[in-house]
Design a protein around this ligand. Sequence first.
Ligand code: TGC
Length: 397
Amino acid sequence: TTAPRIDAVFDLDALLSEDEREWQQRARRFAQERIMPVIEDDFERMHFRREFVKELGELGFLGMHLKGYGCAGAGAVAYGLVCLELEAADSGWRTFVSVQGSLAMSAIHKYGSEEQKQRWLPGMAAGDLIGCFALTEPQGGSDPAGMTTTARRDGDGWVIDGAKRWIGLASFADVAVVWAKVEDPSFGGGSGGHAVRGFLVPTSTPGFTATPIDGKLSMRASVQCDLAFDGVRVDDDAILPSAKGLSGPFGCLNEARYGIVWGAMGAARACLEAAISRSVDREVFGRPIGANQLIQAKLADMFLEVEKGILLALHLGRLKEHGSLTPAQISVGKLNSVREALHIAHEARAILAGDGITNEFPVMRHAANLESVRTYEGTDEIHQLILGRELTGLNAF
Ligand code: TGC
């Protein structure tokens, strides 16, 4: 790996605490020793390695930014560094940590009752239980206010009907955080986004089905599912008491989008590393291709964007630690990191020439994964429009 050489140019380590560097090293070791030896094969076979979940829990990576309930209570920068190192191996594993920690566990931690937190969080932090986050629906993900999944009052419980799509890890999950519209005005019901409430649905509940989506050419070592809710009955205490309206799920998306700001830079760094090592090893016209000015210009530009992206992520992380990070700032980071990571992956593929399309190098896998990362948690265009609204005061949605 040339990662230490890339790190050395800017000495970003100097901006980190010893504790943060330890988190990063721990994640880098897991990525290199556990994920890297198997990832090409898992990607090829569309295999999600369930046994890693427990190991990630033991390392403290699950819900690591949360306090109490068995969670590590680490800082935002430490969490970001873990996302970066995991995604340098594969976006699927950073996605798992995001869905489990930033989405499902955050929802319970932010909005759950004490009983709900005690019931679910310790097992999820340990990797004994898996959670998923069911927001996006089959007709599209950009406008959650238009969701059609409903929860209606039935005696002292709730009955959920509807469908969700692209729900990560749902077929492995023990609990689903399900966002649905309620009709009962005493629970915030009515029309539009204000009627949205969250429910904790054990996946063993009759009427709940999760079907993995086949034919994906991206995130193949991860699992995304179609969900169906066919008269799914849950008790009164399944509702998240403190999430009222769409600000509930958006509060969790903020957490996951923040992790992507860091994670995508890990994928970018891995592509840059592959391009650097190839530039030194591969000879054409009697000398290493890296001795050509055109290749060096590409490497320099790729390096620039990796370093700028990590510095931006670090700045956002420090703002998050001070409690002042805004959704618009997160949009800047998510849009920039994923867009630049994809560009870097494409440039690396070009430097690797024909071999770049094979799984001898991780570059096509990262490029394919990043197409998903670009789309979920707010597409590039959604983040452009969030920023456009911030700059003009005009809402283009
Ligand atoms: P609007 O409908 O007017 O606002 C609704 C309420 O939400 C509040 N809000 C936020 N709160 C906290 N953080 C944010 N980032 C927030 N954004 C909005 C807003 O203040 C309002 O609150 P209230 O109390 O007044 O009701 O919505 P908007 O006009 O603000 O937003 C429109 C838009 C397009 C930006 C938003 O709908 C959006 O971000 N759309 C993209 C949704 C998205 O990212 N979907 C992808 C989900 S990814 C996923 O679910 C996959 S999980 C990964 C996996 O399972 O693998």
